[in-house]
Design a protein around this ligand. Structure first.
Ligand SMILES: Cc1cc2nc3c(=O)[nH]c(=O)nc-3n(C[C@H](O)[C@H](O)[C@H](O)COP(=O)(O)OP(=O)(O)OC[C@H]3O[C@@H](n4cnc5c(N)ncnc54)[C@H](O)[C@@H]3O)c2cc1C
Length: 165
């Protein structure tokens, strides 16, 4: 491709030279993704894709639509998806629950959003050594519930002590 790309052609991203490196997600790629994760693990309709176009940031600059969302069930499927994306030069953006506040899971170049929501198993809670082994799609709420059953809790927020009057 020659000449300058417009902002629209780069999925809104200003850096056209970066976006130019990538190829679009074709019907053939969608079929291959369905072959890896099953049809229930692939999202292509615009209404459902919208949820994956942003995180908890409210700024409009951090909103981009993915071309497809793929939900692997294990590491082997993640590996197959990445191999396919690499071969086809399609950008991949991993996503947990989209609760970040810096736009990290926003697919700035379109392509694939790799959603971890189906990899949501808690593998091990070790009370004695105070650690927990989880898959990347487990929510903080679920970790808290499981930890509490063992008499523990996960401190995710640093609570500032109240100012003395
Ligand atoms: C109301 C509110 C309260 C919050 N309170 C806290 C708090 O108390 N403490 C705190 O630490 N944070 C807090 N946060 C921030 C947010 O919850 C954390 O940043 C959280 O860890 C993001 O997790 P996520 O799975 O939603 O990540 P996402 O937003 O989905 O992704 C965050 C980044 O990680 C990358 N990523 C996601 N999964 C993977 C993966 N498996 N492999 C590689 N990269 C991956 C994404 O591409 C992105 O760059 C809060 C946010 C909100 C909205």
């Amino acid at each position: 491709m020659t000449g300058e790309m417009t902002i629209e052609e780069t999925n809104g991203y200003e850096c056209a030279s970066e976006a130019r490196r990538f190829r679009p997600v074709t019907a053939e790629v969608i079929r291959a993704l369905e072959g890896i994760v099953g049809t229930g693990g692939v999202v292509v309709d615009a209404e459902r894709l919208e949820v994956y176009s942003h995180d908890e940031t409210s700024e409009a600059d951090y909103v981009r639509m993915p071309e497809v969302v793929v939900k692997p069930r294990d590491a082997s499927e993640v590996s197959q998806i990445l191999r396919l994306a690499n071969r086809e030069t399609i950008p991949v953006t991993p996503r947990g629950s989209g609760t970040g506040l810096s736009g990290g899971c926003v697919p700035m170049f379109g392509g694939i959003v790799l959603s971890m929501e189906r990899m949501n198993r808690i593998i091990e809670v070790d009370r004695e050594n105070l650690f927990i082994v989880v898959e990347p799609g487990v929510t903080t709420g679920e970790i808290q519930r499981r930890a509490r059953r063992k008499g523990c809790s996960m401190r995710a927020t640093r609570v500032r002590p109240k100012a003395r009057r």
